[in-house]
Design a protein around this ligand. Sequence first.
Ligand SMILES: C[S@@+](CC[C@H](N)C(=O)[O-])C[C@H]1O[C@@H](n2cnc3c(N)ncnc32)[C@H](O)[C@@H]1O
Length: 460
Amino acid sequence: MTQLPLEFIEKMKHLLAEEADAFFDAFSEARVAGLRINPLKIKTEQWENISPFPLEKIPFVANGYYYNYTNTEPGKHPYHAAGVYYIQEPSAMFVASLLDAKPGEKILDLCAAPGGKSTQIGAAMENKGILISNEIHPKRAKVLSENIERFGISNAIVTNETPQRLAQHFNHYFDKILVDAPCSGEGMFRKDPEATKYWNEDHVLTCQRLQKEVLQEAYSMLKENGILVYSTCTFSPEENEQIVEWFLTEYPDMELLPIEKSAGIEDAIPEWTKSNITDIKKCARLWPHKMKGEGHFAAKLRKRSSLEPKKTKTKEMIINIRQNELKEFIAFQQTILQNPLFSNLALFGNVLHSLPDHCPDLKGLKILRAGLHLGEMKKNRFEPNHAFALSLHLNEVKQFLQLTTDKQYWLRYLKGETLKGTEKYKGWVLVTIDDFPLGWGKEVDAIVKNFYPKGLRILM
Ligand SMILES: C[S@@+](CC[C@H](N)C(=O)[O-])C[C@H]1O[C@@H](n2cnc3c(N)ncnc32)[C@H](O)[C@@H]1O
């Protein structure tokens, strides 16, 4: 059982009163594990027919399944490398679904790494519209960018910025914003007992200050009538009900929207606000002793429109590219793809991207990924990027090498080894696992050279 900090135990006993025993009992039960399938690559019916693991549907989120982590390791299956699913704690899936992301919207995920919620939002957007996925810490931003790539998302811009700098760039710009705030992480104590070591009451208050700062910036980036979802994975009222209370007081044009609750998800608690705000009930509390998931909190808010509507000052990116600069890419497309697929092509140095429609001007921002990274223009040839492979579907491609899960041969590819060629094609081939793209290979003399990125390869 997780050893909980004494101060935390006392605090929760006081807050939960007669419910406290059930709450603490949940810490001696096993954590729950989940995976969420990627609708850009597979539909639920097909997944339920081919899933390599026994699964149980998560009742409160489309595409989500519980799996048994004691006897299955979905993270090691090649479908994971192919972006067929994302391993994510079930309660966390509930939060992103509240945003109800739609194709064509402009959405910001402000605290996005490692990318659980961004991949969920991106998939729901069906690669249409603009998703800015931001992470303040450079190393975490890199992991976020890799997860966006693995999921085959082509309309995301991954930034590594502070909320303050982002807000200078995107004034009143977004239709929807997710603030999955840095928090004291009490809801993760069962899943990650290490987290208990960093906990103390001062840390809770430090997080509260940080959450206010982040929300202030989010507010300025949200359009009128825009939706903001705020969430944490902690229990403390200071970071949940009281943050929403502060936000509503500070910004009277923000209003709470009701969150539909089922499967043991509960209302938030008005008594835990300073002025007993009944409306707080609209927010959601996910308690590990009441539902099958870890601890979370979520609030959904809308910015009302004003008499003088505010307009964004964010400009669109101007793309200048000459057809003759694309010669090698066009030749590559003709050889490999059934039909040309990409628009809004942009060259940054020798790196070719396909940007989302109406891409905002990104000048001055730290960008890790801008739309779909197609590849590099080298001397007299085009070299496709891994992201390009993962964005494709088998029926869009002319040259491929199909690997299957029934033979362990696929492991050679993920280890970076050469493969036996198709003897049908010359040059670039899309390597797939049971029809899902895994990456690129290059066939020469019946041998396929491996282009699976070095940093992703399995070492033993
Ligand atoms: C709860 S995690 C986000 C999890 C992510 N949304 C997901 O679903 O995978 C909070 C993130 O906020 C970031 N963060 C820390 N300090 C921050 C700050 N001052 N402003 C914005 N984000 C911050 C952390 O690095 C962390 O990645």
